[in-house]
Design a protein around this ligand. Structure first.
Ligand code: CNA
Length: 280
């Protein structure tokens, strides 16, 4: 597609035109795709932002390369760095952002087809989005199991292990394998839920991509599955993926929370959104 061609679905390539499209009732099946950037204002660092991102701050863990902390073959021999980090990321300490509440608002209005999240912080659920509306593409801290025999491991013991920074092992002593939260590491398969839902973007009438560098595959290819004429909105500090490359793409290169407030305002939903967020 020629990005400079006039839009085919929107009346213009602007936030106002996009809000009008929503207000006209033409966006009823919205697919939202998010990453760590929607949780940074909650206090959880993302991976790749220079200086503040986790990867920039992993020197203390003595890793051969930053991604090793989430690499399954590295974890097998060196589980400690992951458990050091897990203590910082473990759910329960953080409040959802207004961006999380915005997704919940779309759901309450019956407009959300699916939320695809790469995050493992569970803040989408905590904001009120029902579990069956979320594809946790990279898993989450909600369950844990042995990496060898796959036996589930009790949550209370995992919480204790994370607090006390010890490395949990399979309760089956004949196995004694390492236990880890069911978050997807590099080198592991994505959950079946991802593959079962991955074609949904092609059915969407609007895609909203927020807070992701779109650098991890296969998640990164989801926005490309939207039909050419389907408007795609990016709210992110930087341009990512192929967003901006189609005539009906709208870019808001800014902070997620401020971008979401502007979108809600343009749709006439800002008060409702603030009230919903205040309750979380
Ligand atoms: P990433 O690669 O760190 O990219 C984050 C993106 O968001 C970058 O493009 C940033 O510029 C942008 N960004 C950061 N803060 C903001 C903000 N306030 N407003 C707008 N844009 C912002 O993270 P991805 O999610 O794309 O990478 C995929 C990894 C990161 C997944 O496997 C996650 O599991 C993993 N991760 C998750 C969490 C979490 O659960 N909160 C935290 C850190 C990493």
């Amino acid at each position: 597609a020629n990005p400079d061609a006039p839009p085919q679905t929107l009346s213009a390539r602007s936030l106002e035109a996009l809000a009008q499209y929503i207000k006209d009732g033409r966006a009823k099946k919205i697919v939202v795709m998010v990453g760590a950037g929607i949780s940074t204002s909650a206090g959880i660092p993302d991976f790749r932002s220079p200086e503040t991102g986790l990867y920039a701050n992993l020197a203390r863990l003595n890793l051969p390369y930053a991604e090793a902390v989430f690499d399954i073959s590295y974890f097998r021999n060196n589980p400690e760095p992951f458990y050091t980090l897990a203590q910082e990321l473990y759910p329960g300490k953080y409040r959802p952002t207004i961006t999380h509440s915005f997704v919940n608002l779309l759901h309450k209005k019956g407009l959300l087809l699916k939320l695809f999240s790469q995050n493992i912080d569970c803040l989408e659920r905590e904001a009120g989005v029902p579990a069956d509306m979320i594809v946790e593409a990279h898993g989450s801290f909600a369950k844990q199991s042995c990496i060898d025999c796959k036996k589930p491991y009790p949550e209370e013991r995992m919480q204790e292990a994370i607090q006390k920074k010890w490395v949990p092992r399979c309760l089956d002593l004949s196995c004694n394998g390492l236990v880890k939260p069911e978050i997807v590491f590099f080198g592991e398969q994505l959950p079946a839920d991802f593959f079962e839902n991955r074609s949904l973007p092609s059915e969407a009438d609007l895609a909203i991509v927020m807070g992701t560098s779109l650098s991890v595959h296969p998640f990164a290819s989801l926005p490309q599955l939207c039909e050419d004429r389907t408007p795609r909105l990016l709210i992110n500090s930087e341009k990512v993926g192929d967003l901006g490359g189609r005539p009906d793409d709208v870019l808001m290169l800014e902070d997620c929370d401020s971008g979401v407030r502007k979108l809600a305002e343009a749709c006439g939903w800002l008060e409702e959104l603030e009230a919903l967020w205040a309750k979380t």
